[in-house]
Design a protein around this ligand. Structure first.
Ligand code: PMP
Length: 287
């Protein structure tokens, strides 16, 4: 079935939606994005994703592509048109297509941003069996740029990281800088030790995960202790549990790092509980 996608004000078949070869995201990765999950036909953490989109646009002096109320309507319409019950909505804003290649930013008065949204149908997203057995990660050097807090479409290194993991027989990679884990290739990383949830503090070194914010809030509400600080791979190997969070995987247990089993190699209670709370509360708050 061909999807209906959104491009610059129009709902089109995915085979008809076309973007210029001069688009700045195509030539220079000059674009930002968001991924929002859909559960029971409702958007999860939508307010958080919009807020982060606004921040990414501001940090890069990019023009807003549409009124933010309109973005909610577009998301809802795509869910409806594509009959999505469980899945994802991908949104991308680029600095537009000035009609030639030039390093200087085009004049925003004459070059409109490109706005693209499309759905990904993922039945069974919430009830993912992988969450019951956990995943394996490897550690790799974090050689990305210094503004990882901006959600840009420069995803080459994270893609390479996933391929390195696959080659090593693992599922994903956690990136390490100056001896400390920054984050996963497309998620935020956590360990649990002696009942404490430890995750790297927010800075320009990591993406400020929307799922991270919600999960830490729910953890604190459930009287769990949260320590926001960097941790090492050795600490992770010695932890009682590990997990990651993202808008597409929610809370996902990690049971092995660089070949060493974490918490005896089985899924931990804290991650399992946080996944349950996150799904329950965020589905209730879905829009
Ligand atoms: N870090 C990185 C590098 C990511 O790509 C993502 C997912 N986009 C996350 C963390 C998790 O963020 P969120 O919970 O908002 O999906």
């Amino acid at each position: 079935m061909t999807r209906t996608v959104y491009l610059n004000g129009e709902y089109l078949s995915e085979t008809e939606a076309k973007v210029s070869i001069f688009d700045r995201a195509f030539l220079m990765a000059d674009g930002v994005y968001e991924v929002t999950s859909v559960l029971g036909g409702k958007l999860i953490d939508f307010g958080g994703h919009l807020k982060r989109l606004e921040r990414s646009l501001n940090e890069l002096d990019m023009k807003k592509p549409a009124a933010f109320d309109d973005l909610l309507e577009i998301h809802r319409k795509l869910v409806e048109l594509n009959g999505i019950d469980e899945g994802l909505i991908y949104l991308q804003v680029t600095r537009g297509a000035p009609g030639d290649r030039d390093f200087a930013f085009p004049d925003p008065e004459t070059t409109e941003p490109t706005l693209v949204l499309f759905t990904q149908n993922k039945p069974g997203l919430a009830d993912n069996p992988t969450a019951k057995k956990g995943i394996k990660v490897i550690s790799i050097d974090d050689i990305r740029w210094g503004r990882r807090d901006i959600k840009t479409v420069q995803l080459l290194y994270p893609s390479m990281g996933k391929m390195m993991a696959k080659k090593a027989g693992a599922d994903d990679a956690w990136m390490v800088e100056d001896g400390f884990v920054t984050e996963g290739t497309s998620n935020n990383a956590y360990i649990v030790k002696d009942g404490k949830i430890i995750t790297r503090n927010l800075s320009t070194d990591i993406l400020h995960g929307i799922t991270r914010a919600a999960v830490l809030k729910f953890a604190r509400e459930a009287q769990m202790i949260v320590e926001e600080r960097p941790f090492t791979v050795d600490e992770a190997k010695d932890a009682d549990e590990a997990f990651f969070t993202s808008a597409s995987a929610f809370v996902m247990p990690v049971v092995e790092i660089d070949g060493t089993a974490i918490g005896g190699g089985s899924v931990g209670q804290v991650a399992t509980r946080l996944r349950e709370i996150y799904l329950e509360e965020s589905i209730k708050a879905g829009v």
